[in-house]
Design a protein around this ligand. Structure first.
Ligand SMILES: [Zn+2]
Length: 274
């Protein structure tokens, strides 16, 4: 096992009302959210976990993401934050990205797929089903043109395997059991975490299963804006809350060096790794 991990921010969002988003600052300050993605150097090429926003998104944000989202999220459209450009900046070749695991296909997670058209995209089957056949609510969140370039999808169902009490799926057979999809549904129909085995223990990318680092603290709390946002956006809020409770338990029932949790949009968690 020799996975080299890079923690990337593939998109910055600065919505209004810092105290409601980050839990501190003045009400007139903008909040700060990131798109925490992983780049893994593996013996089967480069692997991305989530892609944030891609080059086409930052080039034409209003057209590709919609004005309401771009303005509401306070998107900072910066092509230097795309995974594609950061991979080049690291001296690596974006064409070596062989695999992408997606936590889910919301607008702020799937934007970079079109920058890696040759990669296999590994996804929990219920999420694929939701994005390809969205109901009326899901139509608002998924942007079909983020994958209309033709994606090499690989879908997975659970097979009864477990990881720390959670269902788990060996997502990339070439990487044996070093990278796992860990279904954490609720935010979307097929939302999943991604567990990565590193030299320092397991990392669990929790995607949008929670949004603020204090949600998995010993005494959990969440700024009210983010709390309402998560509730309102959940496709199944009961499942979301249940999975959040399981993550809270995981965060405190294991030694931190064994499993480190982080979510997609919290800048405090990203800073721990950069
Ligand atoms: Zn998100």
């Amino acid at each position: 096992m020799a996975l080299k991990i890079h923690h990337l921010n593939c998109g910055t969002m600065c919505p209004h009302g810092a105290p409601f988003i980050n839990g501190h600052g003045k009400i007139t300050d903008h909040g700060h959210m990131v798109c925490h993605c992983l780049l893994i150097e593996s013996n089967d090429g480069l692997v991305l976990v989530d892609t944030g926003f891609g080059i086409a998104d930052v080039k034409n944000p209003n057209q590709r993401l919609g004005r309401a989202f771009t303005a509401g999220a306070g998107l900072i459209a910066d092509y230097r934050e795309t995974a594609y450009m950061q991979i080049k900046e690291l001296g690596l070749n974006p064409q070596d990205v062989r695999h992408i695991l997606v936590t889910h296909l919301d607008i702020d997670h799937a934007g970079g797929l079109s920058d890696f058209p040759d990669a296999k995209v590994h996804i929990f089957a219920p999420e694929f089903e939701a994005a390809m056949n969205p109901n009326w609510r899901e139509k608002q969140r998924y942007k079909q043109h983020q994958w209309e370039h033709g994606v090499n999808w690989v879908t997975y169902q659970t097979q009864g395997e477990k990881w720390n009490g959670f269902d788990s799926i060996r997502a990339i057979p070439e990487l044996k059991d070093e990278v796992l999809l860990v279904p954490l549904v609720g935010h979307t129909r097929g939302h999943s975490g991604v567990a990565v085995n590193t030299q320092d223990g397991w990392l669990l990318h929790c995607g949008d299963a929670y949004f603020h680092h204090n949600q998995v603290a010993a005494e959990p709390s969440c700024p009210i804006g983010l709390e309402l946002f998560q509730r309102g956006l959940a496709m199944n809020n009961k499942d979301r809350v249940h999975n959040l409770q399981r993550l809270q338990h995981l965060a405190h029932s294991t030694k931190t060096e064994q499993v480190q949790l982080f979510s997609a949009h919290d800048p405090v968690e990203l800073a721990r790794y950069q």
